[in-house]
Every structure is written in structure tokens, then in C-alpha cells.
Design a protein around this ligand. Structure first.
Ligand code: MN
Length: 132
């Protein structure tokens, strides 16, 4: 059962909140603070899902998503953009870059984990009893 999520996020407060919410629901969170380290960790670990901030220093989330989608071992792994960008067209931009879906900041702590889990494929091996 794969309960690992890779979080690519440069903001400490967002990282803390997202990690707290996911771990409370039995997920194991691996964190990368920027695109290059996110790509490295995506290859080195076996995430069930990738949460991707779009506003990252240097290499932005769109570029990270495009690179992730070139990695054969990540085929079928959902990439969910989490971004404060709210301009029309940004969602489409995320999807064109290869993201599976899009969640807006600020996140809602009451529904965030369910929203994230809704992007997992129905036949994924991530279901089962939760840690809490
Ligand atoms: Mn950011």
C-alpha cells in the first residue's frame, strides 16, 4: 500500500500545514523545496501522488510538471497543482503542462485531504485503513 505523497513547495507555512493535514490522515509526506530537488525525489521515491506548488523559485511548477511527465516511472501518478494563481487560464496552463488537476490556495483544512485523494485513480493501491 503506497501512502507516500511528494510535496514540492517552497513556502514553509504551506509545507507545514499540508504535511500536518496529510500525516493526520495516514499519508507519508516527502518534501522538496524547489523543482530540481523535486524531480530528483520523484525519481528516487515512489510517490502515489505529487503535490506541486506553481510559484517556485527558479524553475516554476509548470516546467516541473512538464519534466515529471517525461519520467516513465511516474506514468499514471497524479500531479496536483496547488497555487494561489487565480487568473483565468492558469488552470488550463497547469493541465497543458501535465498536471492532473488543480487546487487553489488558500487551502481549506476541512476538505483539503479529501480533495487531494479525489485525484487518485480508483484502482490505486492507496486505499485501506488510515493511521488515525
Ligand atoms: Mn511557492
Amino acid at each position: 500500500m503506497n501512502r507516500r505523497i511528494l510535496l514540492i513547495e517552497d513556502n514553509e507555512q504551506n509545507r507545514y500545514l499540508v504535511t500536518y493535514l496529510l500525516e493526520a490522515r495516514g499519508w507519508v509526506v516527502t518534501h522538496a523545496p524547489d523543482g530540481p530537488s523535486g524531480l530528483e525525489l520523484a525519481g528516487a521515491t515512489n510517490p502515489a501522488l505529487i503535490l506541486l506548488d506553481i510559484q517556485l523559485p527558479g524553475m516554476d511548477g509548470y516546467a516541473v510538471a512538464r519534466r515529471l511527465r517525461t519520467m516513465a516511472k511516474l506514468e499514471g501518478v497524479p500531479i496536483v497543482a496547488v497555487t494561489s494563481y487565480a487568473m483565468p487560464g492558469d488552470r488550463e496552463h497547469c493541465l497543458v503542462a501535465g498536471c492532473t488537476g488543480y487546487l487553489e490556495k488558500p487551502i481549506d483544512p476541512q476538505t483539503f485531504v479529501e480533495q487531494v485523494e479525489s485525484f487518485l485513480p480508483p484502482d490505486s493501491d492507496t486505499s485501506g485503513p488510515r493511521a488515525s
